[in-house]
Design a protein around this ligand. Structure first.
Ligand code: NAP
Length: 211
């Protein structure tokens, strides 16, 4: 199957490599196309570079928006029409760097990024917050763990989105574990209790109710 991936930086390139190694075809897009071209060349036949963000969605069954939180809304607005009816997977964490170089949360305490992103999407888009619960290095080193796969947490309000994102998570070499609806996405993010955890599925499920 084919997935569009917009944003081919730190986490986007890691997601692309793991999905491609699991057999997914990819349509890549980035701001200036250079990082998308470099990544596609490294991945090989499974990845093509789209002409632009809208073109990335052509023929794709899902789109991963691997973008910094501050640019997400602009890209969603740019590609809004074709997003209706799509699975939209968002790994973005609502964090930035302040003038002193410190990591800061961009949303007020208690406000879930999943609910904010859901409010930006057009009607009919199916949102899953996923693939942003580990740093890129940890994500890649934990993929296809043996003998027991590592869990990858996700959050969604939509059962069909859940089934679809579970397929992508398995394709990337993890066992999917649902944390809850998009109002729970903060648990997956930097500062959340489930962020950067590498655990098996049973332990992951036991942690869900532990917050
Ligand atoms: N890096 C991690 O370890 C990690 C782990 C988990 C979650 N996250 C979260 O994932 C998000 C992305 O992080 P990142 O580290 O991957 O950021 P990044 O390395 O800065 O990559 C951002 C990507 O977005 C692309 N981009 C920017 N504006 C665009 C536009 N208008 N249209 C299309 N593409 C655009 C950039 O294109 P160019 O390449 O052309 O500049 C770049 O490929 C953040 O919210 C972060 O918190 C990151």
């Amino acid at each position: 199957m084919t997935t569009a991936l917009i944003g081919t930086g730190g986490i986007g390139s890691a997601i692309a490599r793991e999905l491609a190694s699991g057999g997914e075809a990819l349509r890549l897009s980035s701001a200036d196309h250079e990082s998308a071209r470099t990544l596609a060349a490294k991945i090989g036949r499974a990845a093509v570079v789209a002409a632009d963000n809208r073109d990335a969605l052509q023929g794709a069954g899902a789109v991963v928006l691997a973008l910094r939180f501050g640019v997400l809304k602009g890209v969603i607005d740019e590609i809004a029409d074709p997003l209706a009816g799509q699975l939209v997977v968002v790994p973005s964490n609502p964090v930035g760097i302040d003038a002193q170089g410190h990591l800061i949360r961009l949303l007020p305490k208690g406000q879930s990024s999943g609910q904010v992103v859901a409010g930006w999407l057009p009607a009919g888009a199916r949102l899953a917050m996923a693939f942003g619960s580990m740093s890129a290095d940890l994500f890649e080193s934990s993929s296809n763990r043996s003998p027991e796969p590592a869990a990858l947490f996700y959050a969604t309000d939509d059962d069909r989105a859940g089934e679809e994102v579970e397929r992508l998570i398995r394709t990337a070499g993890f066992e999917p574990v649902k944390v809850g609806g998009v109002d729970q996405s903060s648990r997956l993010e930097v500062g959340g209790d489930l962020h950067d955890l590498v655990v098996g599925p049973a332990e992951a499920r036991s942690l869900i109710g532990g917050a």
